[in-house]
Write a protein that binds this ligand. Structure first.
Ligand code: ZN
Length: 116
């Protein structure tokens, strides 16, 4: 999971495709991935829960001028000795109370940082 996140951050599209389940629309998917990698700056990743084959995470990214959050539970499958991403379920974004530590790990309270 962390390696996929780094791959997004570094726009390593080939790596992402190699670690995803085979898709009939691989070419279209590749173009979409390239687009999203080029227009997105990842800011923080929080792993919330993980099991043998799932990872629930919340990732924050900047797209244009907005900070957005991706809260997802990803499912992986072991094939030929490697973990492959097979599907992801989108979850409602996490919310933060004013006095919670900010998600960006600045050490400041949310209300004094990104919640200001
Ligand atoms: Zn912050």
């Amino acid at each position: 999971m962390r390696s996929r996140y780094s791959a997004f951050a570094l726009a390593k599209v080939d790596y992402l495709l190699q670690t995803s389940a085979p898709e009939p629309h691989a070419i279209k998917e590749r173009a979409q991935l390239e687009d999203s990698c080029n227009s997105t700056r990842w800011l923080a990743l929080h792993i919330l829960k993980s099991t043998e084959n799932t990872v629930e995470f919340s990732a924050f990214y900047e797209s244009d001028t907005d900070v957005q959050q991706l809260h997802e539970c990803s499912t992986f499958e072991r094939r030929d000795g490697r973990w492959i991403y097979v599907s992801g379920e989108f979850l409602p974004p996490l919310t933060f109370a004013r006095n919670d530590p900010c998600w960006c790990r600045s050490g400041k309270k949310f209300k004094k940082c990104h919640g200001a």
